[in-house]
Design a protein around this ligand. Structure first.
Ligand code: ZN
Length: 201
């Protein structure tokens, strides 16, 4: 609880700003235990992994225990390098369900307000229908494609904003790009400009 007139806690502000982001975002502490997950984590758990893996059950879980033995060293090295250097790392992996083939783009960043890591999971879209060929192109050219100037994800829909990883757009940007900033990049890089609605009561 924030005392009226006191300086807001930056860690709480960051969590509040990322809580309703559509990407699955979670934090690890220095010992690589999950110490926070946003609402999208619970949605993904309900739709894929089962309700027993909601965030309440997951807090404190050592993330490396989630991987098979052959992958533990890979992920341990990746997390440790970001903790040690502060240099973000990205990685792509398959995360299919029984009905969906799915690939995920993972960003691992150091957490500016808490000692630990921030992990952002975005779906990878190879052929974003409606972006490469808009249904009703305006006179004079195609609609500019909204891309985040920091993480280079593409915004598929504005409301709610859905940011995805489009490999083709990163290799070769579309003819017209509208440079924007996604919510996680805004929150992590410009916390002093957080919109008021994300401030805690
Ligand atoms: Zn971004």
């Amino acid at each position: 609880m924030q005392i009226p007139g006191s300086i807001p806690d930056p860690a709480a502000l960051t969590r509040a700003a990322l809580e309703h982001d559509p990407s699955v975002i979670y934090f690890l502490d220095r010992h690589l235990r999950i110490n926070w997950c946003n609402a999208a984590w619970d949605r993904f758990a309900r739709e894929n992994r089962g309700p027993h893996l909601t965030r309440q059950q997951t807090i404190g879980f050592p993330i490396l225990n989630a991987f098979p033995d052959t992958l533990v060293q890979f992920y341990a090295s990746m997390y440790e390098s970001v903790l040690a250097t502060g240099v973000p790392v990205s990685h792509e992996f398959e995360c299919s369900s029984d009905t969906l083939f799915r690939r995920i783009h993972l960003f691992v960043l150091s957490n500016p307000t808490e000692l630990g890591l921030i992990l952002i999971n975005s779906p990878i879209v190879e052929h974003p229908h409606g972006l490469e060929r808009p249904a009703h192109p305006p006179p004079g050219g195609l609609d500019p494609v909204p891309m985040c100037c920091h993480c280079r994800r593409t915004r598929l829909s504005p409301d709610p904003p859905e940011w995805v990883w489009v490999p083709g757009f990163v290799r070769e940007p579309p003819p017209r790009v509208s440079h924007m900033i996604c919510n996680p990049c805004h929150t992590l890089n410009y916390p002093e400009f957080l919109p008021r609605r994300t401030r805690l009561p």
